[in-house]
Ligand binder design. Structure first.
Ligand SMILES: Nc1ncnc2c1ncn2[C@@H]1O[C@H](COP(=O)(O)OP(=O)(O)OP(=O)(O)O)[C@@H](O)[C@H]1O
Ligand SMILES: [Mg+2]
Length: 254
């Protein structure tokens, strides 16, 4: 579904992603792991158009998307969540979804605010889609709650709903279970499985090894920007290069 060839991103003298070639497979749960600073989020930023690659190509369903803008990538069917869930804390959950949808699919703020004469109809459709997404992620009952008042796990679900509201084919999740407790992590893993059952392809970054090992079909391991291993959870867990990369890091429990 997504083919990545020699993807490289340099920030000044620092190579955050270094000639990574891989693919994200359709209908599967693809995972990316690696120590802090390994380049995982940068990898997502390159795919989603936040950063332009220094080198390499990204092909989505046969189409070269290497240099597209974030809104163009979103409209082609790739959605993402962010490592920290930024919401408008004084607005309702539903309004967060409506505004978030516009921000993801329009190219500029003016366009978001004064978009079109068809605004009313668009708003209705948008509201409907937002409600569907909230229902799908299991928080329909929170639609009128002020976003600042909901729990971290509920915020994660709002982030999923934000991504789903653009009807993506591929969903990139950056630490979907970051900062939530073990029980809640199981609930989020269940939700990720449900998304894949509904024809979505998922790629997630996560530090929680138990979650990754039980959830992922395929794991890509990054260390210092380079791909050091790729394979099934069992293959990756037994790979000496992976064990080395994790020794001495904060996430040694593979
Ligand atoms: N916008 C940027 N400008 C300069 N350097 C950056 C930028 N974004 C990331 N980097 C650098 O790129 C490297 C990889 O960072 P990245 O955030 O991709 O790591 P990560 O694997 O997501 O780490 P973590 O697990 O802590 O989230 C780091 O050295 C980081 O400082
Ligand atoms: Mg990161």
């Amino acid at each position: 579904m997504l083919e990545i060839e020699h993807l490289t991103k340099r920030f000044g003298g620092n190579t955050a992603v270094n000639s990574v070639s891989t693919s994200i497979e359709k209908g599967k749960i693809n995972a990316i792991i690696g120590p802090n600073g390994a380049g995982k989020t940068t990898f997502f930023n390159l795919i989603s158009g936040v950063h332009k690659p220094s080198e390499g190509t990204i092909t989505f369903n046969g189409r070269d998307i290497t240099t597209l803008r974030t809104d163009e990538v979103a409209r082609l069917g790739i959605a993402r969540t962010f490592q920290s869930t930024t919401l408008f804390d004084t607005a309702s959950v539903l309004d967060n979804l409506i505004v978030g949808h516009r921000l993801r699919t329009r190219s500029g703020l003016i366009d978001v605010l004064f978009g079109s004469a068809r605004l009313k109809e668009e708003e209705r459709v948008c509201r409907e889609k937002a409600r569907e997404a909230l229902d799908f992620v299991g928080i329909a009952h929170l639609e009128n709650r002020v976003a600042g008042d909901i729990t971290q796990e509920e915020r994660k679900r709002v982030a999923f709903a934000l991504a789903l509201a653009t009807a993506p084919k591929l969903l990139l999740l950056d630490e979907p279970a970051g900062g939530v407790n073990p029980d809640e992590t199981l609930g989020l893993a269940e939700l990720i499985r449900k998304m894949v059952k509904h024809e979505l392809t998922v790629c997630l970054i996560e530090h929680k090894m138990d979650m990754i090992m039980s959830l992922a079909d395929k794991i890509l391991v990054l260390s210092y920007g380079e791909k050091i291993a790729e394979g099934t959870p069992a293959e990756v867990r037994a790979n000496p290069a992976v064990i080395d990369a994790y020794l001495g890091s904060d996430h040694a429990d593979l």
